[in-house]
Design a protein around this ligand. Structure first.
Ligand SMILES: [Zn+2]
Length: 273
């Protein structure tokens, strides 16, 4: 997949979301100018997954990951579908995603976004937490089965639940990237040791992200990196999470895949590689 050692990839973004349709040619031009060869666009539900596939069909630089975001079971989230969804609904999602993969083998290169989101739990009632945990976990396992069935990597959403996600994925013979990783050193090391990757994005460039920079410094000290491919080979992937998380210097703007070049430069400068 990585064809040139000096080529960058945006390993997690959502350009299938509204706001990019009219400027997609400009977005891809800015990618080309910044040596960004591939843009991995991530679905968050069936419709956004379908949209992603249709964009991948039109633009060879775009590759799709398809899946259902765990926030469908987080009350208060714009994606919340309610707690009355059950095994049948999850099975239906499996079948729809499965069909999309089988019909679009040249365009779908991974599963996601999928995982667990416990970030909001502290503000919720005990009952909401229990319902949310149970359904999120069921949905996550469905994606792991899908990944195993098709031998595809996963883009994992693990907000506030990195350790638990790692425990679960260890039980499946699959691999992928913990996108937007913000956990501690121990979990980061566990992820790399298990053969999984870590997603580095604009958060690492923020002024108040010293703890995260320290995690990466400790984790990667003594290793040698000369080009993006050296990072990929050692499980470190760069991502923008566009339209979110624009890096320092661009904060508040609608993020775009070309900022992967800024994130990469900032990361190697800050960590003195
Ligand atoms: Zn995302």
């Amino acid at each position: 997949m990585i064809t040139d050692k000096n080529i960058l990839i945006d390993s997690h973004c959502h350009i299938n979301f509204g706001g990019y349709d009219e400027i997609i040619e400009d977005i891809l031009k800015r990618c080309a100018e910044n040596s960004i060869e591939q843009v991995w666009d991530i679905g968050t539900d069936i419709n956004s997954s379908k949209k992603s596939i249709s964009m991948a069909k039109e633009h060879p630089e775009i590759k799709s990951f398809i899946g259902i975001d765990p926030e469908v079971f987080v009350p208060g989230s714009e994606y919340f579908v309610g707690f009355d969804k059950n095994d049948e609904w999850i099975e239906q999602m499996f079948n729809e995603l499965n069909n999309l993969i089988e019909e679009n083998k040249d365009y779908v290169i991974g599963i996601g976004e999928s995982g667990l989101d416990h970030y909001w739990f502290k503000e919720k009632s005990k009952e909401d937490q229990e319902n949310s945990s149970r359904l999120q976990e069921q949905l996550f396992k469905m994606h792991l089965e899908l990944a195993r069935k098709h031998n595809l990597p996963l883009s994992i959403h693990s907000r506030g639940a990195e350790k638990l996600c790692l425990e679960i994925v260890r039980k499946y013979n699959v691999t992928g990237i913990f996108h937007s990783f913000t956990g501690n050193y121990q979990t980061a090391k566990g992820i790399l040791d298990a053969g999984w990757g870590l997603g580095v994005n604009g958060i690492v460039t923020f002024k108040n992200s010293n703890d995260l920079r320290e995690v990466y410094k400790k984790l990667l000290s003594g290793r040698k990196f000369e080009s993006p491919i050296d990072f990929y080979n050692q499980g470190i992937f760069f991502e923008t999470d566009s339209p979110f998380l624009a890096p320092e210097g661009k904060r508040g703007e609608q993020n775009e895949p070309y900022t992967i070049a800024l994130i990469y430069d900032n990361f190697i400068k800050n960590l003195s590689f």
